[in-house]
Design a protein. Structure first.
Length: 334
């Protein structure tokens, strides 16, 4: 009886291997899925290889330049690669890049968040659509167009603002003005704020749209006003998203080239006042000096580009880290 029962039993079902389990978990059970998985993985690896190649190239050329530098590359205020021996440093460029980006962020972030809140919680549907469309168009305008507009329209109209700031806030030293064309850090910061405004607004708007409707309805049912709903439900939920949007905007402000080069008149010195010509930025310095630079000068510009490359990677990495802390914004919990 035992033998016949054993012989009549169905054969055991083969268990899938570890590789098969991984393919099933990833959805790559069909040939098309496996091809798509391979292409996706290859694209990701190719991107990493390209980034690594850029980093290696910049590092190699930067080492060639720094080895010939007779000044301190990090603290020197001078940039003259035609001297014998050459002397150049990024202190002034780093200061100008940071100051212009801070001005842009201080102006752009509050306005962008206010626009995003208006479009998602205050504006009627027939009004929010056209406004959002116009903001999307601003993101598609080329940088050189912003630069030409800034040089021809913005700079001449900044005279009154510069004079007013000098009269009432000049005693602080930050807003003192010595006259001349207002091609200074404040003008650059305002122009950069206009350029990064669409990025921050669009990302913040999408984050605010993801606020659970039940949270808002519960607050309204308890007697909260519209502003109290925004303050207690919308802003806490979208805080990380707004921060990440701001970091993405900061990444563009740090690397903007043509618009800054068109508006700014650098003197390669550090000034306390934002109303006087500044020392320039990394990207502006590369664009303005690359054409006439010698081989050593180009290597020096590449070295400054390496610093900007590292700063941009750190900013974007910080944005991704902030998004990862709140998986609601990245779809990681799907």
């Amino acid at each position: 009886m035992d033998i016949s029962t054993t012989s009549d039993a169905p054969p055991p079902i083969p268990q899938p291997t570890t590789a098969e389990q991984k393919r099933v978990s990833r959805g790559a059970t069909r040939p098309g899925d496996r091809i798509f998985l391979g292409l996706s993985r290859g694209s990701g690896i190719l991107l990493l290889v390209i980034m690594a190649a850029i980093a290696v190239f910049l590092t190699y050329r930067a080492c060639l330049a720094i080895s010939e530098d007779h000044g301190n590359f990090l603290t020197s205020f001078e940039w003259n690669t035609n001297l014998q021996p050459p002397s150049f440093g990024i202190a002034v460029l780093a200061f100008g890049t940071v100051v212009s980006s801070i001005i842009a962020m201080v102006i752009a972030v509050p306005i962008a968040v206010a626009i995003a809140l208006f479009l998602t919680h205050y504006a009627p549907r027939r009004l929010s659509g056209p406004i959002a469309y116009v903001i999307d168009l601003l993101a598609a305008v080329p940088s050189i167009v912003y630069g030409l507009w800034g040089a021809l329209i913005l700079v001449p109209h900044m005279q009154g603002l510069y004079g007013w700031l000098n009269d009432y806030l000049g005693w602080t030293g930050i807003f003192s003005w010595e006259g001349g064309a207002p091609r200074a850090m404040l003008t650059v910061g305002i122009l950069l704020a206009i350029m990064i405004l669409p990025i921050i607004t669009n990302v913040s708007r999408e984050v605010f749209r993801q606020v659970p409707r039940m949270h808002e309805e519960a607050a309204l049912a308890l007697g909260a006003t519209r502003w109290e709903v925004v303050r207690m439900s919308v802003l806490p939920f979208g805080r990380s998203g707004v921060i990440s949007a701001s970091m993405l905007g900061l990444g563009r402000a740090l690397g903007e080239t043509m618009a800054v080069a068109t508006v700014l008149s650098p003197d390669y010195d550090i000034h306390l006042s934002v109303l006087n010509p500044g020392g320039g930025t990394f990207a502006q310095n590369i664009a303005s000096k690359f054409g006439e630079a010698t081989l050593l000068g180009r290597d020096a510009l590449i070295a400054s580009g390496l610093v900007l490359f590292v700063i941009t990677l750190l900013v974007n990495g910080a944005a991704r880290a902030i998004i990862a802390r709140r998986k609601e914004y990245s779809g990681a919990n799907a």
